[in-house]
Write a new protein. Structure first.
Length: 621
């Protein structure tokens, strides 16, 4: 591949994509329909929607006028399956296979968008707003997710159309490795895998390390519960990672790369294999790239889905074919990583930032985000939030903006209680911190952390002690057992948390829990144990009254902990008998049109009575 050939592919493909880019040109289609085929939308029959539309276009012989293409995640999972019709960018949400016919007949043939299938907030009296003007999108800034939802991830040409592999050409032909590292350093990019270590500095250490063979590795293990940004990048824009890894190889002096991706991500694995094969076929990967004499090979290594294998030293063990267990640092990976050779390890999202930094420059990157955390961050917004999905915002955006303006607030009129950031290593932030501009340092200063970007919103029906127990349960399962503080300490912490949620704890247990947490945090071998107590620390600090209520008053204020919860039937009961008929242990007595009563001894606190009561007469205390 030469730069002339790359430019030709770009020009030709841009013409073919013209409708998608907002205008109709003679070389383009009348309509381009992009259907989300990410894991979420596909499992919700998005794939069937696309197949049906393709069949209809084929049956009418309209392949040259209407293009139906797959694309990656649009981010707005709560509105999925999503499809967007260009050039107008009409945003159809929650589409079912049976809706395909109407969209085809009325919009693609009849030129009249189907109003009742359009995302409601985008319907104005006299017009329909395009996708990017939906409240969910208009506060976002896309660098990492620039192509997901826009291009067909199976098409290398479409990646090239969006300036793909131009950054690689630039570094190989116009920059020395040192200049590449300098640009990345100047950009201030910090690793998006959790720790926030400066990426350029990491590259510099690996370049400076002495070694006949060096390696470049991509961490696509993504084990944090609730996080799926890495998967979406790999499924929706795999070449953004591949191109950056080749650039990294050139910068540090490596000719071999590995992507460590969990086997539970079959979509990402498939897409990566396909993308690597396509890049090789175009000569963008392999030997003598762009005729510069630079060689770079890339292979996948599949992980079995152990959380600890995301930790750098454990990941390296796993790639080498051993059981994934961390080791003591130093030596750092830059000195002794894979097969004890200098190795640079970066996260998927970190890589996805590289090509834009090279093409637009470090100064441009620094105009986005905060001084110490430039750029954007992708968050996986989940839990008790209306607009569940992936959100990419400039660093420094406040939690309030994310939760209320983008996330659409808390469902069912409930109150916000807390947001958990940083996955199992993070902490729970309260309403007092909703206006904190979030970046690496601010999140740490309020007792949480960025982690990989999981953001789980909790409403006032959440028990914070139970949340803490949940994360500790996860950590106990995932601890590799190599070091005693993590193996034993987290187990003992879990036991105490269980005692508290069961109403069996005494005040001394709280002191023991805190002391244990401190020991585990200080004495563990790797980041898993070091950060495992974070949810405990943050909930004990921010929700001390809830711990007190469980331990002293033997009450769960949120009504979550079964042993501390009682169901009562109030005199609002209309005697419909529904609760008694549905109770699985027949512990409710009463006759028609009479007040019913729950036998507290026999009640198993399953909550069925409250769920089925038509007048809300059953309350939980
Ligand atoms: C228990 C544990 C799990 C981790 N899991 C991941 C992961 O799934 N993906 C990731 O990129 N980093 C993960 N990390 C962080 C990595 O060790 C490492 O810091 C990161 O991959 C470096 O890339 P970055 O500098 O681009 O962030 C994990 C760390 C720990 C302690």
């Amino acid at each position: 591949m030469t730069i002339e050939q790359l430019n030709q592919i770009q020009a030709r493909t841009l013409e073919a994509m013209s409708a998608r880019l907002g205008k109709r040109t003679p070389g383009g289609y009348k309509y381009e329909v992009m259907v989300c085929r990410d894991t979420g939308c596909s499992s919700n029959k998005g794939d069937k929607v696309m197949e049906r539309l393709q069949d209809l276009v084929r049956e009418r012989g309209l392949e040259h006028e209407i293009s139906i293409k797959r694309t990656g995640c649009f981010g707005f999972c709560a509105a999925g399956p999503i499809l967007v019709v260009y050039p107008e960018g009409t945003f159809y949400s929650r589409i079912k296979p049976e809706d395909a016919q109407r969209i085809f007949e009325e919009h693609l043939i009849g030129d009249a968008p189907v109003k009742d299938l359009i995302y409601p907030a985008n319907i104005l009296e006299d017009k329909f707003l395009p996708l990017h003007e939906a409240p969910f999108y208009k506060y976002q800034k896309k660098i990492v997710l620039r192509n997901t939802g826009l291009i067909n991830p199976e098409s290398l040409d479409e990646y090239i159309a969006m300036d793909g592999y131009q950054a690689l050409h630039k570094v190989l032909t116009a920059m020395t490795p040192e200049e590449v590292i300098e640009e990345v350093k100047k950009s201030g990019l910090r690793g998006r895998g959790g720790a926030g270590f400066p990426t350029g500095l990491k590259w510099q250490y690996t370049r400076e390390a002495v070694g006949d063979q060096k390696y470049v590795v991509c961490n696509a293990d993504e084990g944090d519960p609730g996080a799926f940004m890495d998967r979406s990048v790999l499924e929706g824009d795999p070449h953004s990672v591949i191109e950056a890894m080749i650039i990294n190889g050139y910068a540090v002096g490596a000719d071999q790369g590995y992507i460590y991706v969990r086997a539970e991500y079959p979509g990402a694995v498939h897409r990566l294999n396909e993308a690597i094969a396509n890049a090789k076929a175009y000569g963008l990967l392999g030997q003598n790239i762009f005729g510069t004499g630079f060689n770079f090979e890339l292979e996948l290594r599949l992980g079995a889905g152990a959380f600890v294998c995301g930790e750098g030293t454990a990941l390296v063990q796993s790639i080498e074919g051993h059981r994934g267990m961390p080791r003591v640092k130093p030596p750092r990976m830059a000195q002794a990583g894979l097969w004890l050779k200098p190795t640079v390890l970066n996260n998927v999202e970190t890589y996805a930032n590289i090509a834009p930094i090279i093409l637009k420059g470090a100064d441009w990157f620094r105009t986005i985000g905060t001084e110490k955390s430039p750029g954007t961050k992708v968050f996986a917004l989940g839990g008790n939030i209306n607009n569940v999905g992936l959100v990419e915002v400039p660093m420094g955006t406040t939690l309030r903006q994310i939760i209320y303006e983008i996330g659409g607030g808390i469902p069912n009129g409930r109150q916000f209680k807390a947001v958990q950031t940083g996955g199992p290593s993070g902490g729970c932030i309260t309403a007092a911190h909703l206006d904190t501009p979030i970046d690496f340092d601010n999140l740490t200063s309020i007792g949480s952390m960025m982690g990989s970007g999981g953001m789980i919103v909790m409403d006032d029906h959440t028990c914070m002690v139970d949340v803490s127990r949940f994360y500790m349960d996860f950590i106990v399962e995932e601890s590799c057992g190599k070091c005693t503080p993590c193996r034993e300490g987290t187990k003992r912490m879990l036991e105490i948390l269980e005692k508290i949620t069961e109403g069996k704890a005494v005040e001394e247990d709280l002191t023991t829990l805190h002391e244990l947490a401190e020991t585990v945090a200080h004495a563990s071998l790797c980041g898993l144990g070091e950060s495992a107590p974070n949810p405990v620390f943050s909930t004990m600090a921010n929700f001390a009254d809830e711990y007190h209520a469980h331990v002293v008053d033997k009450k769960c204020p949120a009504g979550v902990c079964t042993e501390l919860t009682t169901y009562f039937i109030t005199d609002q009961c209309i005697g419909c008998t529904k609760c008694a008929r549905n109770c699985p242990v027949s512990c409710i007595s009463g006759t028609v049109k009479q007040l019913h009563v729950i036998d507290q001894e026999a009640c198993i606190k399953c909550g069925t009575c409250a769920e089925v009561c038509p007048v809300g007469a059953v309350i939980r205390r």
